[in-house]
Design a protein around this ligand. Structure first.
Ligand code: DLL
Length: 450
């Protein structure tokens, strides 16, 4: 039985503020981006109360979990009361495969997406018409924040299909009033050709795939700085400031970070403003973020921990306190002041490597690899066992333009830098140029061979 299908609407922004702050950027802001923090929090509470009741009344899993935790939707009287609710994890999605966590009758579901993850069953998510509408709005808002404007051409190289990247971005590009080039991932030579022939203003793809595309331009004897592209909207995998600098420099573009996950919606849960490039603003009118520590307790803004989200408007697939496994911290908004930002994601707590007591993430190696002269950012990490101990080896390609004799010295600099900055002793090996797998979407860096 469904009592109220729709989440409470966004109140219109007060007319006086819109009239006095109508700078060109302000003019394109969504009303929810003009709210004060207090107005936003009032909206969040109203929507949280709706979501909790919607999940409780329509998904037996939530009803049972709330009962076991001794909490009822009536207990949610303030945003702080969210801590009374139980967490949801990826295994809950797998256990209810395929549609067990859907909160509306299947006739109201207009689309599903799914992700395979690294292990086990697919996890499936669903959307009503209104969910899809909200999603398109959020991508349009994200693109606008990235500096994309109506009338632009946007080359979409996120994968189409069950992955949320391609189709999710697609609808939002059209929603903003842009022309979409629905290229999807792969066929790199063709990507190069279409970027030359169709002259897009913006590109959407993973940061590692953008690097593959830049390489392909160079291989074809073309200058990647000479394209029509002005901005890249990159996400779907962790990437570093060093990688951002490399992409911006090599392609003469601005690279902006877009964050999201299927369980919340897909791309566009948060996005960075091109003016500040200081971490994605979470669109807090649709998603309520929290950061928790190892003991699963909320920590304050500024402190690092695991990111947890509750959907605020999702009809088909509400998620209560979903543990993302992504490690980051929350910070006050800048470009969109009422909406908090997340710091660049260092990694997921399931891809942390513990090497003789030292914790490290593939992104920390990326940061260093990008900085060492004579090497490229094409590398993989191999984890092996030597006797009882774990051993990590980085296999990395040398810069083809650097002097071949310098490669060994560059490798030693890399090894020393990892030791000095991270405190870990790792093995280093040169891989023949062009031998390592190139990204066509999400790049796999770590190979566990233990
Ligand atoms: O990757 C959705 C997406 C598509 C986001 C396109 C951005 C652009 P999933 O396949 O469910 O969804 O993977 C979600 O990818 O929990 C993070 O670990 C990682 N991730 C996504 N965006 C970023 C980002 C899509 N900007 C998982 N920075 C998330 C770091 C990211 N990690």
């Amino acid at each position: 039985m469904i009592t109220e299908t729709h989440a409470p609407a966004i109140p219109a922004a007060p007319a006086t503020r819109a009239a006095t702050e109508d700078t060109p950027i302000e003019a394109g802001l969504h009303p929810a981006e003009r709210l004060t923090r207090a107005e936003l929090e009032a909206l969040q509470l109203e929507r949280l109360q709706w979501t909790v009741r919607h999940a409780y009344e329509n998904v037996p899993f939530y009803c049972e979990k709330f009962a076991a935790a001794g909490v009822h939707p009536d207990d949610i009287r303030s945003l702080a009361d969210i801590e009374r609710l139980p967490f949801t994890t990826k295994s809950d999605l797998r256990d209810h495969y395929p549609f067990g966590l859907f909160a509306v009758p299947m006739e109201q579901v207009r689309r599903v997406h799914a992700s395979s993850g690294t292990t086990g069953r697919l996890t499936v998510v669903g959307y009503t018409e209104r969910d899809l509408d909200n999603w398109a709005d959020l991508i349009a808002r994200s693109l606008y924040a990235a500096g994309v404007r109506p009338g632009w051409r946007v080359h979409n190289a996120y994968g189409y299909g069950l992955f949320t990247g391609g189709l999710g971005a697609h609808a939002g590009i059209e929603r903003l009033g842009c022309m979409v080039i629905p290229m999807s991932g792969g066929q790199t030579e063709k990507q190069v050709q279409l970027i030359r022939d169709f002259e897009p203003d913006a590109i959407m793809c993973t940061p590692s795939y953008l690097l593959t595309i830049a390489d392909a331009f160079e291989r074809a004897g073309l200058d990647p700085r000479g394209t029509s592209l002005k901005v890249a909207i990159c996400g779907a995998e962790p990437w570093t400031e060093a990688m951002r600098r490399e992409l911006e420099e090599r392609m003469d573009i601005r690279a902006v970070d877009i964050y999201g996950l299927s369980e919340m919606m897909g791309p566009g849960v948060g996005s960075e403003c091109v003016e500040t490039q200081d971490g994605p603003h979470i669109w807090e009118d649709h998603f309520l973020p929290e950061i928790i520590d190892d003991q699963l307790q909320q920590v304050s803004d500024g402190e690092t921990g695991e990111l947890v989200f509750t959907t605020l408007t999702k009809e088909a697939f509400p998620m209560i306190r979903y543990r993302t496994r992504d490690l980051t911290s929350l910070h006050a908004g800048t470009g969109r002041p009422a909406h908090r930002r997340i710091a660049k994601i260092t990694g997921r707590n399931d891809d942390m490597i513990i090497l003789r007591g030292v914790n490290l993430f593939p992104t920390q190696i990326e940061e260093i690899a990008c900085e060492v002269d004579g090497l490229t950012s094409h590398f993989v990490l191999e984890l092996t066992k030597r006797g009882a101990l774990d051993h990590l080896t980085i296999k990395i390609e040398a810069d083809p333009d650097a002097h071949p004799d310098g490669a060994d010295a560059a490798l030693r600099r890399l090894q020393k830098c990892v030791k000095d900055r991270i405190g870990a002793t790792i093995g280093v090996e040169l891989a023949p140029i062009g031998s390592l797998p190139r990204s066509e979407g999400k790049l796999k860096r770590l190979y566990d061979l233990r």
